[in-house]
Design a protein around this ligand. Sequence first.
Ligand code: SAM
Length: 244
Amino acid sequence: MNINVISLFPEIIESSLKGLTGKAFTKNHAQLNLIKLKEFSTNTYGSVDDTPYGGGEGMLIGIEPLEKSLNSIEKKGHVVNLSPQGKLFNQNKAIEFASLKNITLICGRYEGIDQRFIDNYVDEELSIGDYILSGGEIAASVVIDSILRNIPGVIGNEDSVAKDSHSSGRLKGHSYTKPSDFNGLKVPEILLSGDHKKIEEWKIANSLWVTKQKRPDLFKQIQLSEKEVILLRDYENQLKQNEQ
Ligand code: SAM
């Protein structure tokens, strides 16, 4: 996969993509093409921003450098503008993007970018949350990291990606590691039993229960199978008994 990013500060993106997902680039699962917007300035000062028509606060990135930088990319693919006004980015989007051959992310700065560029060159606007960042670079890093995790081969254990929270519309649930007893704080007994079927059923029930507690909005959307309804009911009954 080829990921292009147009940005005033591409070094922010470069420095944030290290470690596990950074290996996606060294192992050629994906290529990162960082385009420095400043190099496409159309004036003698080397700037890419200007004051907004009609007045108002701050500066806007102009359409000309944006258009030039976009045209410099050989394989643009799907063009995404990162914006707090976009649809919320989520795991389904990350999975969808991971199957693309080419994608281009546009990072705004200041008060944002000229609307004509959005209207005429952008396929989709995405936000990483209902808050304002100073620039699109951190949002681009978030989007790229989550795309890379969904490219087959990037994460060694693909099962772990499939079972991650949000991959199937539910949260993963509780996880424990050694020691099994820390000053009387014990790991649920079933996980130490060695009974694989019972452990798997506990994990399903626990994942559903955690989703119901933490994200009732997600839980409402899950189509529970008959078996899952029973597993969750038994799990909740067990919790009630433990409380008595
Ligand atoms: N004035 C704009 C508004 O109110 O919609 C906000 C501009 S923001 C300070 C500058 C840039 O940061 C945006 O163009 C966008 O690229 C990026 N940005 C800020 N918040 C974001 C978010 N929640 N998700 C994605 N990108 C964001």
